[in-house]
Design a protein. Sequence first.
Lengths: 648, 338
Amino acid sequence: MATEQQLSAIKGSKVLMVGAGGIGCELLKTLALSEFQDIHIIDMDTIEVSNLNRQFLFRQSHVGQSKAKVARDAVLKFRPNISITPYHANVKDPDFNVDFFKRFSVVLNGLDNLDARRHVNRLCLAAGVPLVESGTTGFLGQVTVHVKGRTECYECQPKPAPKTYPVCTITSTPSKFVHCIVWAKDLLFAKLFGDKNQENDLNVRSSDASGSSEPAEDVFERKKDEDVEEYGRRIYDHVFGHNIEVALSNEDTWKKRNKPRPIYIKDVALAEVIQQNGNLDKVPVSTDPLSVSAMTTIGLKNPQDVWSLAENSRVFLEALKLFFLKRGKEIGNLSFDKDDQLAVEIVTAAANIRASSFGIPLHSLFEAKGIAGNIVHAVATTNAVIAGLIVIEAIKVLQDDVRNYRMTYCLEHPSRKMLLMPVEPFEPNKSCYVCSETPLTLEINTSRSKLRDFVEKIVKAKLGMSQPMIMHGHALLYEVGDGLEEDMATTYAANLEKVLAQLPSPVTGGTVIMVEDLQQELTCTINIKHREEFDGEKEPDGMILSGLTEALVQKNDEASKENGASTSNVSETVSVEAEEDDELQILPAVSGLAGKKRKLPDNANSSNSDLSGVIDETKIPRKAIDREDSEAVVVLDGNGERKKKRGQ
Amino acid sequence: MNGEELTEQETALYDRQIRVWGVDAQRRLSKSHILVSGLTGTVVEFCKNIVLAGVGSLTLNDDRPVTTELLSANFLIPPDESVYREKPLAELCCDSLKDFNPMVRVSVQKGDLSSFDVHFFDKFDAVVVSSCSLNTKKSVNEKCRKSSKRVAFYSVDCRDSCGELFVDLQDYTYSKKKIDEMTECRLQFPSFEEAIAVPWRSLPGRLSKLYFAMRVIERFEELEGRKPGQTSAADLPNVLNLRKELCEAHSLSESQMPDALIGRLLAGTREFPPVCAIVGGILGQEVIKAICGKGDPIKNFFFFDAMDGKGIIEDIAKRDNEAEQFQIGCLEGCLEVD
């Protein structure tokens, strides 16, 4: 029960919620019941059917509407006299600047992506507003408190980067199903239905990384008047038959690996396919392109079934046909969407056929969709627990009850009898480039790397800045924004293409660069160190940023082992977020700071003496919790260009 | 919900949670029947969770009229007196809960919980009681145990910013994932009466203080003929006297149930919504796990105190040699060792 003091702090507060989804719905409800009177809520999404199993403020009839607005309306029904202000907008919008954040007593995050979390973290630091962060996946969850100067900020312990796979693993030597999914989604699907002008590694072979354009490029073009089914069979034989034969011709690749087998249409029991021709009439005429389905045409009803090679082949051909016959207009512009049934079907089928070729176990559509769509498994109960914990921390924050701030972990299996485990927050990380503004060091070849590479790979990808400004001393090397004068814009565009050493204000070894994001009010100082050579496999970016505390367990170790036998020419990486391989990770700070004294005053409460012991022994699933739905899949080419980025 | 394949509608709706517990478990859920009695804030949270999860049916029992007190932690009922004056609590909640998931049958069962017989409880897979007297708790638990099929029994009580959850799954066999494979485990749960009869002195050291504090207050209410939760700060002196007696009888130090804690629990009669969400969430997970027969259940008490933020499981059962060996066999065979 809240005390008088607590109630008064609650009633006088103004709270910002970011996210009106799984955690958001539970949180808004609990805040309202706890007598919060002035709540603002930001969410850019609209409601989908798959949300309804846990986002209980929404109904079937609300599908397609703004989450923030519907949540607000639903809560006002049982607490009509409080003020809830919804924003159907992206929190990264410039309107939500430092002044906006300063209006709030506390910010409560219920987000589903790392990018937005980092952004909010920086704005809260700039505004001096406490932040309560949270995340859930399945039965796991956590709540953390971040107060500038007193505790770690959200980025003091950097979160693991999205999982990456070297391109050759995807194009030539897959060993896991997820590799086949990435191939089917980012290469095959993109090649067949995406932007024709995008470079695509589908025909890259390990022995020939020169990427020369070959006549084979024309294979994917459907010839004028070519029968759709014939086209489908031709594509099938090319990617599952011919391309595999070509790969097999490079003996080195297969010395220590199992050889894949080429698969041709003629080898697969597809007699029924010819009979399916007539079934096109049975496909229900639908105005909704997203409901067209190859599965149902063929009679495969259960998404949980694992199809045979023949069934997968039938789905592949049928789906390809349906794309051309029913959704022809979209071809050339399509990108994979997990809610696009036909896209999911063709990717599943293609991935399975490839898996079959390489001796990798096949998966059901249900499983494939989860991997391809980076779907986070989620239930209402965990979100409810986390929401309750968030409100408890928020109330402490409102009262400045610093000694009692806790990071709380909701575990699936108890640790020392605890299902809910509170841990005292750590003091700020002095090397955190975000809240302690510690300088970083960048090793880079200043005669070979361009400014563009630096902006894409370091400033945006690693530092998470979206509107950067780059300065060398007084010289402005680059900035973004509206209202740039034409000559400045021209200079910046030119600068991007120059190597660092050739910039108007040359950047060489020993130079100090300042990178700033005005909206996030974050400034980073970077010391440049010139380095000639980089290992193409281990350092594919061709530049190393240090001073960031890296996550201890690197999943990429696995990837470099796989690559042991392949050529070192291929240096690009394909990034993907893979749900299935998530593991518990030991908190990086745990091992390093186990014995470290905190600046927070010692709490005389004897029960706290348990807590420090608990931290050391517990694997806290931080990585799993920060995973999310619909994170971008990024394919980088040799120039460090982002070829395609989806998502927000 | 014909019991075999999930419909397309169910598959789409339950996609995210099927990815947590699987299709089979979802099917089992859709065939399960739950009874709740005592619609406290925590139980209302539980009801929301279990309806969203997609159980077959949920039966609500609480004939009390709505009061502003009861509404303080209830998000199902619009605070419009002209509306809520007409119906008892269960009916109002029922109307709202149906909205959360049209595939779940939500209904009301009028009457006094203690008057229902064994046959009545037999219809359910799980029974959750809250805000009920010690006697009723014991008797409902017994009736659940007498049933020929296993009826899971849960009691949940929240006072001030604390919560206590009790679980009785009787003789329970379930499966759990151990590394890459599924193993089967078996546990024996005591009834509530058996559990609280365990002499305090023989309980493991460092047991959650909440356990003892709740027992003292529970006994106080029983002796004074109070309704559950019908206490106040004024009762503190009498309760502390009772504590003294009980501690002497059990040869346990009074420091195991501190004054301050007892004071809080007596005075805090209004529910604290964050605690309702937390305890209601944990309870929801437990019932779902038990219906699915998957995953380690809480055995057999769970305590939460917002003041220290810990959510602790305590195993309170008679430790005779035979039972102990059996439990140890289970532990080594299949339960993870911390």
